[in-house]
Ligand binder design. Structure first.
Ligand SMILES: NC(=O)c1ccc[n+]([C@@H]2O[C@H](COP(=O)([O-])OP(=O)(O)OC[C@H]3O[C@@H](n4cnc5c(N)ncnc54)[C@H](O)[C@@H]3O)[C@@H](O)[C@H]2O)c1
Length: 351
């Protein structure tokens, strides 16, 4: 950081598991933070992360960290059911917070975070990192330029293999809807850009009271646009997609692909189905990058660095972040309705 760049933001981490370490690595690339302290209920994990990522002190209790360490902003990357209480404590303590998705398990708990951030005058950002993936940044720009006209139908999916550990435990916010479905749902809401009005969902579960194994959620938006979310943990791998249909064409992007597909009836350049490849440099670590933490893969490190840069810039510029707490609540409102719709059941056929 050169002398004329703004000072670093004093950063704390709550939850030093896999994602907490990735985000710390991304924060190092964003080059806007001082690594002050990290907390995890597993002290050995906090200590390892502090050693590898450069945090100055460690805590086994996030409340101790918030009370004692000189931090201005925190990343919250705990297990799902702990995200909301940890973020609430940070916001009430006057810290800016980047909270991993899903931010809370119910919309009402999410609204408490939005209210706490407002009351403390700090920023609340939610970790919907797909918005920072290079092909999706390009997609959003093309949509805003009107290349496919008015968006009318959006289909998005995010699928994964069988989920175990805390991710298989409903009490801890497990299941594919919270873990990866929220990403796809946020993408749908981001692209449509209007409030959801009505939801109809079907879900399968391996056992009553267990996490969903497969889910499909149909959404109607104000103005009549329609969305459809697909998620699964029975899919034998990882797959994600976003298909946007407009009044003048279509755009598709796919998980782990740097190719965007477009066809437009109003832009002659895209009259035929056209593939636009995002250059690999958009993904790769910056030149001279020297990983602090032992990352297994850095495929998304630029995406998370983009996210951390936005978090830092929003704090420095005193403006709301581009992915707001309200955006996180919007996702949870649809999920609340989807769980209720699946519970109460759809219209029987042929009876
Ligand atoms: N945006 C993305 O691309 C992305 C990718 C993976 C995971 N995530 C999200 O990151 C979060 C963490 O996932 P993960 O894969 O790192 O899980 P993980 O199990 O590897 O890590 C979670 C950590 O939180 C700690 N923890 C639990 N309760 C805590 C508390 N009260 N205080 C402090 N620490 C606590 C656990 O000990 C563990 O170390 C989840 O919200 C997940 O959805 C986001």
């Amino acid at each position: 950081m050169s002398a004329d760049q703004p000072r670093r933001i004093k950063l704390g981490l709550i939850g030093s598991g896999a994602q907490g370490r990735y985000l710390s690595e991304a924060a190092a690339i964003a080059d806007a933070f001082e690594f002050v302290a990290c907390a995890d209920v597993r002290p050995e994990s906090a200590e390892q992360t502090a050693r590898e990522c450069g945090y100055g002190s460690t805590y086994a209790d996030h409340r101790q960290m918030l009370a004692k360490a000189d931090v201005e902003a925190v990343i919250v990357a705990t297990t799902h059911a702990q995200l909301q209480p940890c973020a609430l404590a940070a916001l009430q303590g006057g810290k800016h917070a980047l909270v991993e998705k899903p931010m809370a398990l119910r919309a009402a708990e999410g609204r408490e975070l939005v209210e706490a951030a407002r009351a403390a005058g700090v920023n609340l950002m939610v970790g919907y990192s797909l918005r920072f993936m290079p092909p999706r940044i390009l997609m959003k720009r093309l949509l805003e330029e009107g290349v496919i006209g008015e968006v009318r139908q959006v289909m998005a999916g995010q699928c994964i293999g069988a989920m175990g550990g805390w991710l298989g435990d409903p009490a801890q916010g497990g299941g594919p809807l919270f873990y990866i479905g929220t990403h796809a749902l946020d993408q749908i809401l981001w692209v449509v850009g209007r409030p959801a009005e009505r939801v109809c969902a079907e879900m399968n579960r391996a056992e009553p009271g267990g996490c969903e194994t497969e889910a499909m959620v149909n959404i109607r938006f104000e103005g009549g646009a329609l969305g459809q979310l697909v998620t699964s943990q029975t899919f034998g791998g990882r797959y994600g997609w976003l298909d946007v249909l407009g009044t003048a064409g279509r755009i598709r992007v796919q998980w782990e692909s740097d190719v965007l597909t477009i066809q437009s009836t109003v832009i002659p350049e895209y009259a035929n189905l056209t593939e636009i490849t995002v250059p690999p440099t958009a993904y790769l670590p910056p030149p001279g990058y020297d990983a602090r933490a032992s990352l297994r893969s850095s495929a998304y490190i630029r995406t998370w660095a983009n996210e951390l840069t936005e978090f830092a810039n929003s704090i420095r510029e005193g403006r709301p972040p581009s992915v707001s707490g309200e955006d996180g609540v919007g996702v949870l409102e649809v999920l609340d309705a989807a769980f209720e719709s699946a519970r109460t059941g759809g219209m029987p056929v042929g009876r």
